[in-house]
Design a protein. Structure first.
Length: 137
């Protein structure tokens, strides 16, 4: 697969709702977008583990791009948990909306850096890039 494996990680039921509207907009099922609705009972470590499990089921794609809803919330922190384990393969943005998701789907053949740049151009730069903290040393 060229480009990025897209993961939509948001508070329940936002991820599923955004995905459903995107499927409607594209007029087809978008089974290649991974959706994780984070429940209020889940913590960041559980979200990170769920992401890792799905990533492994997908054959460990070498480029993963996360779209999440809110900086500092459980979905975001779960994404960071995954990124801390796999910093070389994962990037993403927080502040997802329907237009951002539609653009990410449209541009998913780009590499991660190009995708972030394109999303920033198209959305007025209101997205926050998600990056794991630098390794301590």
């Amino acid at each position: 697969m060229s480009g990025c494996c897209l993961f939509l990680v948001c508070h329940a039921p936002l991820a599923s709702a955004l995905h459903a509207v995107a499927c409607h907009g594209f007029g087809r099922s978008l089974s290649d977008v991974e959706v994780l609705d984070v429940l209020s009972s889940q913590g960041p470590d559980q979200v990170g583990q769920a992401l890792e499990s799905r990533w492994r089921e997908l054959g460990k794609p070498k480029a993963v791009f996360f779209l999440t809803d809110m900086i500092g919330a459980t979905p975001y922190n779960g994404v960071l948990s995954f990124m801390n384990s796999y910093p070389d393969i994962a990037q993403g943005v927080a502040g997802v909306s329907l237009p951002v998701l539609l653009r990410a789907i449209t541009y998913r053949s780009l590499n991660q850096c190009e995708l972030i740049a394109k999303l920033g151009e198209d959305t007025g730069h209101y997205l926050q890039t998600i990056s794991p903290p630098p390794a301590s040393g």
